[in-house]
Design a protein around this ligand. Structure first.
Ligand SMILES: Nc1ncnc2c1ncn2[C@@H]1O[C@H](COP(=O)(O)OP(=O)(O)O)[C@@H](O)[C@H]1O
Ligand SMILES: [Mg+2]
Length: 231
Protein backbone atom coordinates (compact mmCIF):
# COMPACT_ATOMS: atom_id res chain seq x y z
CA UNK A 1 0.00 0.00 0.00
CA UNK A 2 1.66 3.21 -1.03
CA UNK A 3 1.86 6.08 1.37
CA UNK A 4 -0.67 8.90 1.32
CA UNK A 5 1.07 12.15 0.43
CA UNK A 6 -1.87 14.54 0.60
CA UNK A 7 -5.33 14.26 2.09
CA UNK A 8 -7.75 17.18 1.84
CA UNK A 9 -11.09 17.05 3.65
CA UNK A 10 -13.96 19.45 3.07
CA UNK A 11 -11.87 22.40 1.97
CA UNK A 12 -13.76 25.59 1.16
CA UNK A 13 -12.48 28.88 -0.11
CA UNK A 14 -14.26 32.15 -0.83
CA UNK A 15 -12.98 35.50 -2.03
CA UNK A 16 -14.56 38.85 -1.29
CA UNK A 17 -16.15 40.55 -4.27
CA UNK A 18 -17.41 43.93 -3.15
CA UNK A 19 -19.84 43.21 -0.32
CA UNK A 20 -20.37 39.60 -1.41
CA UNK A 21 -18.25 36.51 -1.00
CA UNK A 22 -17.72 34.31 -4.02
CA UNK A 23 -17.11 30.60 -3.45
CA UNK A 24 -14.16 29.27 -5.43
CA UNK A 25 -14.65 25.71 -4.13
CA UNK A 26 -16.56 24.23 -1.24
CA UNK A 27 -16.51 20.86 0.52
CA UNK A 28 -13.63 19.70 -1.63
CA UNK A 29 -12.01 16.41 -0.62
CA UNK A 30 -9.23 14.56 -2.39
CA UNK A 31 -6.48 12.11 -1.59
CA UNK A 32 -3.19 11.46 -3.34
CA UNK A 33 -0.64 8.72 -2.69
CA UNK A 34 3.02 8.33 -3.60
CA UNK A 35 3.56 7.94 -7.32
CA UNK A 36 0.06 9.12 -8.22
CA UNK A 37 -0.77 12.04 -10.48
CA UNK A 38 -3.82 14.26 -10.32
CA UNK A 39 -4.96 16.74 -12.95
CA UNK A 40 -6.89 19.81 -11.80
CA UNK A 41 -9.08 20.82 -14.70
CA UNK A 42 -11.72 23.45 -15.30
CA UNK A 43 -12.07 26.65 -17.27
CA UNK A 44 -10.11 29.76 -16.46
CA UNK A 45 -11.25 31.18 -13.11
CA UNK A 46 -12.52 27.83 -11.79
CA UNK A 47 -10.00 27.83 -8.94
CA UNK A 48 -7.12 25.63 -10.11
CA UNK A 49 -4.38 28.05 -9.10
CA UNK A 50 -6.15 28.88 -5.84
CA UNK A 51 -6.27 25.19 -4.92
CA UNK A 52 -2.60 24.68 -5.79
CA UNK A 53 -1.80 27.68 -3.62
CA UNK A 54 -3.74 26.08 -0.77
CA UNK A 55 -1.74 22.88 -1.29
CA UNK A 56 1.53 24.75 -0.76
CA UNK A 57 0.35 27.09 1.96
CA UNK A 58 0.29 30.32 -0.06
CA UNK A 59 -3.49 30.64 0.35
CA UNK A 60 -5.47 29.80 3.42
CA UNK A 61 -8.83 28.04 2.90
CA UNK A 62 -11.79 29.24 4.99
CA UNK A 63 -12.31 25.80 6.49
CA UNK A 64 -11.40 22.15 6.07
CA UNK A 65 -8.49 19.94 7.01
CA UNK A 66 -5.35 19.35 5.01
CA UNK A 67 -2.84 16.66 5.87
CA UNK A 68 0.29 16.41 3.81
CA UNK A 69 3.76 15.00 4.25
CA UNK A 70 3.33 14.39 7.96
CA UNK A 71 1.91 17.85 8.69
CA UNK A 72 -1.71 18.57 9.50
CA UNK A 73 -3.42 21.93 9.00
CA UNK A 74 -6.86 22.13 10.56
CA UNK A 75 -8.49 25.27 9.19
CA UNK A 76 -11.57 24.74 11.37
CA UNK A 77 -9.36 25.76 14.28
CA UNK A 78 -7.58 29.06 14.61
CA UNK A 79 -3.83 28.67 14.41
CA UNK A 80 -1.33 31.39 14.94
CA UNK A 81 -0.55 32.49 11.39
CA UNK A 82 3.17 32.55 12.13
CA UNK A 83 3.18 28.93 13.30
CA UNK A 84 1.42 27.62 10.22
CA UNK A 85 3.62 29.76 7.97
CA UNK A 86 6.77 28.28 9.49
CA UNK A 87 5.57 24.76 8.87
CA UNK A 88 4.55 25.67 5.32
CA UNK A 89 7.85 27.40 4.59
CA UNK A 90 9.74 24.30 5.63
CA UNK A 91 7.59 22.07 3.40
CA UNK A 92 8.08 24.38 0.42
CA UNK A 93 11.82 24.56 1.00
CA UNK A 94 12.37 20.85 1.43
CA UNK A 95 9.54 18.68 0.17
CA UNK A 96 7.14 20.43 -2.22
CA UNK A 97 8.41 21.46 -5.65
CA UNK A 98 6.37 24.12 -7.45
CA UNK A 99 6.46 24.75 -11.21
CA UNK A 100 4.71 27.77 -12.69
CA UNK A 101 3.66 28.71 -16.21
CA UNK A 102 6.77 30.84 -16.62
CA UNK A 103 9.96 29.32 -15.24
CA UNK A 104 10.99 31.46 -12.29
CA UNK A 105 14.76 31.20 -12.53
CA UNK A 106 17.18 33.64 -10.95
CA UNK A 107 18.34 35.77 -13.92
CA UNK A 108 21.81 36.41 -12.47
CA UNK A 109 22.60 32.71 -12.06
CA UNK A 110 23.50 30.13 -14.69
CA UNK A 111 21.04 27.26 -15.22
CA UNK A 112 23.34 24.98 -13.22
CA UNK A 113 23.62 27.48 -10.37
CA UNK A 114 19.83 27.83 -10.34
CA UNK A 115 19.54 24.07 -9.89
CA UNK A 116 22.28 24.05 -7.27
CA UNK A 117 20.61 26.82 -5.30
CA UNK A 118 17.33 24.93 -5.24
CA UNK A 119 19.05 21.67 -4.24
CA UNK A 120 20.95 23.45 -1.50
CA UNK A 121 17.78 24.95 -0.02
CA UNK A 122 16.27 21.46 0.04
CA UNK A 123 19.46 20.13 1.66
CA UNK A 124 20.10 17.77 -1.21
CA UNK A 125 23.56 16.82 -2.52
CA UNK A 126 24.84 19.23 -5.17
CA UNK A 127 26.70 16.60 -7.17
CA UNK A 128 23.52 15.47 -8.95
CA UNK A 129 22.58 18.89 -10.31
CA UNK A 130 24.43 18.61 -13.61
CA UNK A 131 22.94 15.12 -14.04
CA UNK A 132 19.45 16.56 -13.59
CA UNK A 133 20.08 19.08 -16.37
CA UNK A 134 21.28 16.20 -18.54
CA UNK A 135 18.21 14.10 -17.74
CA UNK A 136 16.15 17.09 -18.91
CA UNK A 137 18.18 17.24 -22.13
CA UNK A 138 19.93 20.57 -21.44
CA UNK A 139 23.22 19.43 -19.91
CA UNK A 140 25.24 21.38 -22.48
CA UNK A 141 23.45 24.61 -21.51
CA UNK A 142 24.46 24.40 -17.85
CA UNK A 143 26.63 27.53 -17.93
CA UNK A 144 24.13 29.66 -19.85
CA UNK A 145 21.98 32.27 -18.16
CA UNK A 146 18.17 32.09 -18.31
CA UNK A 147 17.99 34.89 -20.90
CA UNK A 148 20.38 32.97 -23.17
CA UNK A 149 18.07 29.98 -23.66
CA UNK A 150 14.59 29.39 -25.09
CA UNK A 151 11.34 29.32 -23.11
CA UNK A 152 11.17 25.53 -23.43
CA UNK A 153 14.75 25.20 -22.19
CA UNK A 154 13.97 27.49 -19.25
CA UNK A 155 11.02 25.30 -18.36
CA UNK A 156 13.26 22.21 -18.57
CA UNK A 157 15.64 23.96 -16.16
CA UNK A 158 12.71 24.70 -13.84
CA UNK A 159 11.89 20.98 -13.86
CA UNK A 160 15.54 20.10 -13.17
CA UNK A 161 15.39 22.45 -10.15
CA UNK A 162 12.29 20.77 -8.80
CA UNK A 163 13.57 17.21 -9.29
CA UNK A 164 16.96 18.14 -7.78
CA UNK A 165 15.10 18.90 -4.53
CA UNK A 166 14.07 15.23 -4.43
CA UNK A 167 10.57 16.39 -3.44
CA UNK A 168 7.68 14.24 -2.23
CA UNK A 169 5.12 16.33 -4.08
CA UNK A 170 5.27 18.43 -7.23
CA UNK A 171 2.65 21.12 -7.88
CA UNK A 172 2.60 22.36 -11.47
CA UNK A 173 0.40 25.26 -12.53
CA UNK A 174 -0.11 25.24 -16.33
CA UNK A 175 3.59 24.37 -16.63
CA UNK A 176 3.59 24.37 -20.42
CA UNK A 177 1.01 27.12 -20.90
CA UNK A 178 3.51 29.59 -22.31
CA UNK A 179 5.11 27.14 -24.77
CA UNK A 180 4.18 26.26 -28.35
CA UNK A 181 2.33 22.97 -28.78
CA UNK A 182 5.29 20.87 -29.87
CA UNK A 183 7.64 22.17 -27.15
CA UNK A 184 4.87 21.80 -24.59
CA UNK A 185 4.45 18.13 -25.54
CA UNK A 186 8.18 17.49 -25.24
CA UNK A 187 8.45 19.15 -21.84
CA UNK A 188 5.32 17.37 -20.63
CA UNK A 189 6.74 14.01 -21.74
CA UNK A 190 9.87 14.71 -19.67
CA UNK A 191 7.77 15.63 -16.66
CA UNK A 192 5.75 12.40 -16.77
CA UNK A 193 8.79 10.27 -17.52
CA UNK A 194 10.70 11.60 -14.51
CA UNK A 195 7.62 11.48 -12.32
CA UNK A 196 7.25 7.76 -13.10
CA UNK A 197 10.96 7.14 -12.52
CA UNK A 198 11.12 8.95 -9.19
CA UNK A 199 7.67 8.01 -7.85
CA UNK A 200 6.99 11.59 -6.74
CA UNK A 201 3.31 12.57 -6.39
CA UNK A 202 2.19 15.18 -8.92
CA UNK A 203 -0.70 17.64 -9.05
CA UNK A 204 -0.99 19.44 -12.36
CA UNK A 205 -3.38 22.29 -13.13
CA UNK A 206 -4.24 22.49 -16.79
CA UNK A 207 -7.02 23.50 -19.13
CA UNK A 208 -5.61 21.14 -21.76
CA UNK A 209 -7.67 17.90 -21.80
CA UNK A 210 -4.87 15.97 -23.53
CA UNK A 211 -2.46 16.88 -20.78
CA UNK A 212 -5.01 16.03 -18.09
CA UNK A 213 -5.56 12.60 -19.66
CA UNK A 214 -1.97 11.70 -18.93
CA UNK A 215 -2.62 11.95 -15.19
CA UNK A 216 -4.03 8.98 -13.31
CA UNK A 217 -6.81 11.02 -11.69
CA UNK A 218 -8.80 14.11 -12.57
CA UNK A 219 -10.52 16.67 -10.41
CA UNK A 220 -12.86 18.94 -12.35
CA UNK A 221 -13.27 22.25 -10.55
CA UNK A 222 -15.76 23.63 -13.04
CA UNK A 223 -18.56 21.21 -12.24
CA UNK A 224 -19.71 21.80 -8.68
CA UNK A 225 -18.51 19.26 -6.16
CA UNK A 226 -15.47 17.70 -7.78
CA UNK A 227 -14.85 13.99 -7.59
CA UNK A 228 -11.47 12.37 -7.96
CA UNK A 229 -11.69 9.41 -10.28
CA UNK A 230 -9.07 6.71 -10.21
CA UNK A 231 -7.99 5.28 -13.54
N1 LIG B 1 -6.55 37.11 -4.37
C1 LIG B 1 -7.77 37.03 -4.91
N2 LIG B 1 -8.75 37.90 -4.53
C2 LIG B 1 -9.99 37.82 -5.04
N3 LIG B 1 -10.37 36.92 -5.94
C3 LIG B 1 -9.45 36.02 -6.36
C4 LIG B 1 -8.11 36.03 -5.88
N4 LIG B 1 -7.42 35.01 -6.48
C5 LIG B 1 -8.30 34.42 -7.30
N5 LIG B 1 -9.51 35.01 -7.24
C6 LIG B 1 -10.72 34.58 -7.98
O1 LIG B 1 -10.94 33.21 -7.69
C7 LIG B 1 -11.37 32.52 -8.85
C8 LIG B 1 -10.43 31.40 -9.16
O2 LIG B 1 -9.20 31.90 -9.67
P1 LIG B 1 -7.97 30.97 -10.05
O3 LIG B 1 -7.70 30.05 -8.92
O4 LIG B 1 -6.87 31.83 -10.48
O5 LIG B 1 -8.57 30.13 -11.27
P2 LIG B 1 -7.82 29.30 -12.43
O6 LIG B 1 -6.42 29.06 -12.00
O7 LIG B 1 -8.64 28.04 -12.56
O8 LIG B 1 -7.90 30.13 -13.66
C9 LIG B 1 -11.48 33.57 -9.95
O9 LIG B 1 -12.80 33.99 -10.00
C10 LIG B 1 -10.55 34.66 -9.47
O10 LIG B 1 -10.99 35.90 -9.97
MG1 LIG C 1 -4.62 29.52 -12.89
Amino acid sequence: MSQVVLEARELSKTFASGAERIAVFSGLSVELAEGQSLALVGRSGSGKSTLLNVFCGLERPDTGVLALLGERFDYREPETAGQAEKRWARLRRRRIGVVFQEANLMPALSLLDNVRLRARLAQQPLDQCQAWLERLGIGELAERYPDQVSGGQRQRAALAMVFAMNPDLILADEPTGSLDRRTAEEVTAELFRLQAQTGVALILATHDPELAEQCGMTLDLAHGAPAGQAR
